[in-house]
Design a protein around this ligand. Structure first.
Ligand code: AMP
Ligand code: MG
Length: 359
């Protein structure tokens, strides 16, 4: 299969020639992977039905799992959504560009395949100069899910896109590592009160400021509830972000910090014959390393004091797990479910094949 053209581009001052070339690829029905402030997206002209079908095909994404439509302005929003309430427009004029996706009524002119056949549409305006310039240069909305094979961890570097889809996209814009490293917050704004469908970089506290009202955070937003059919957001049906190894999430339950650490050490010790891996904060990794040394492979995700750092390294760590040949089972620490930590725990629950609770 021909390899995609990978073109390096400055994240803050993207070369106009490169942007024009990428817009030309989209205009002629091609697929371009591009960086956003959350993760890399796999873009197609949202109004080109064939190109949108191709996005589903190369990602191996089920056709009922809708894509997010990316716009470069509030004006462009009205080409893909109808009946946008005033309170939503006001909130978006504060929060956009940024990692906030809203679910609205789909405009009948937007191909239904973009929304997996639903009469709603998820829209966002990304805060990344490369993404924004690309959409502006095309002059049309871009449908873009994360640029990974369905079910795999989302790509936070162009290398991850090459790994998953290098042979099947037309062009990859490489602007280095993405900023948040975790997908946008998705909020349903069709009910009277905003409801989080997928937690992301904007936590509930920030959302309440943006919307000026209470925001619902249902159990499925934490990843503790799963659905067989008809979930409020189609993506909730599917397992996600999964590494190719057994991953056990060690939940905190009602344990305090010191009994949680004891529990984690005991769990890892019981599997020491198998050289388990541990995905954890720097602090926890160092504590465990003092106790168990080289019996464990450590994948450090960042300081416990800085959940943004942990979020940014999460998907890369899940991918590097697949490259640890001697590891057959991995354990992950649970972090505090506040702010972006809510999104990290949602992704860990969806990535893990099993969960044990500290007792
Ligand atoms: P991704 O594009 O891979 O970041 O995933 C997009 C997420 O947004 C999926 O989990 C979808 O379920 C969700 N989503 C997209 N469109 C809609 C919609 N119209 N209604 C509810 N959820 C949506
Ligand atoms: Mg995705």
């Amino acid at each position: 299969m021909p390899r995609a053209r990978v073109v390096k581009v400055d994240p803050l001052r993207p070369d106009e020639g490169v942007i024009e070339e990428a817009a030309g690829v989209l205009r002629s029905g091609g697929l371009v992977a591009f960086p956003t402030e959350t993760v890399y997206g796999l873009g197609a002209d949202a109004f080109n039905t064939e190109a949108v079908y191709r996005v589903f095909r190369v990602k191996r994404r089920p056709l009922d799992n809708p894509l997010i439509v990316h716009v470069s302005s509030l004006e462009m929003l009205h080409r893909v959504a109808t009946g946008v309430p005033d309170w939503v427009t006001r909130a978006l004029s504060v929060a956009w560009p940024g990692p906030l996706t809203v679910v609205l009524r789909r405009s009948p002119s937007l191909p239904a395949v973009v929304s997996g056949g639903l009469d709603t549409v998820a829209v966002r305006c990304p805060a990344h100069p490369v993404a924004l310039r690309l959409i502006e240069a095309l002059g049309r909305p871009v449908a873009a899910p994360s640029a990974n094979i369905a079910g795999r961890p989302s790509p936070t570097r162009a290398e991850h896109v090459v790994e998953d889809l290098g042979g099947e996209v037309d062009m990859i814009l490489d602007a280095g590592e993405t900023f948040f490293g975790i997908e946008s917050t998705v909020v349903d704004v069709l009910s009277p009160r905003p409801r989080v469908l997928r937690p992301g970089p904007l936590g509930p506290e920030e959302l309440e400021k943006v919307f000026g009202t209470r925001v619902d955070v249902p159990p499925y937003a934490r990843g503790v509830e799963s659905f067989a059919e008809r979930p409020p957001s189609p993506g909730l049906k599917y397992r996600h972000y999964a590494p190719g190894r057994r991953l056990v999430l060690v939940e905190r339950g009602s344990c305090d910090d010191s009994s949680y650490l004891e529990f984690l050490v005991r769990v890892l010790e019981s599997r020491s014959q198998e050289t388990p891996a541990l995905l954890a904060s720097n602090e926890t990794s160092e504590e465990v390393e003092r106790r168990l040394g080289e019996a464990v492979v450590y994948l450090k995700m960042g300081s416990r004091e800085n959940p943004f750092e942990i979020a940014r390294n999460l998907f890369g760590s899940l991918r590097s797990l697949d490259r640890c040949d001697r590891v057959s089972i991995a354990f992950s620490e649970a972090i505090e479910e506040r702010g972006i930590g809510l999104a990290v725990m949602n992704r860990l629950r969806k990535a893990s094949s099993e969960r044990v609770v500290c007792a």
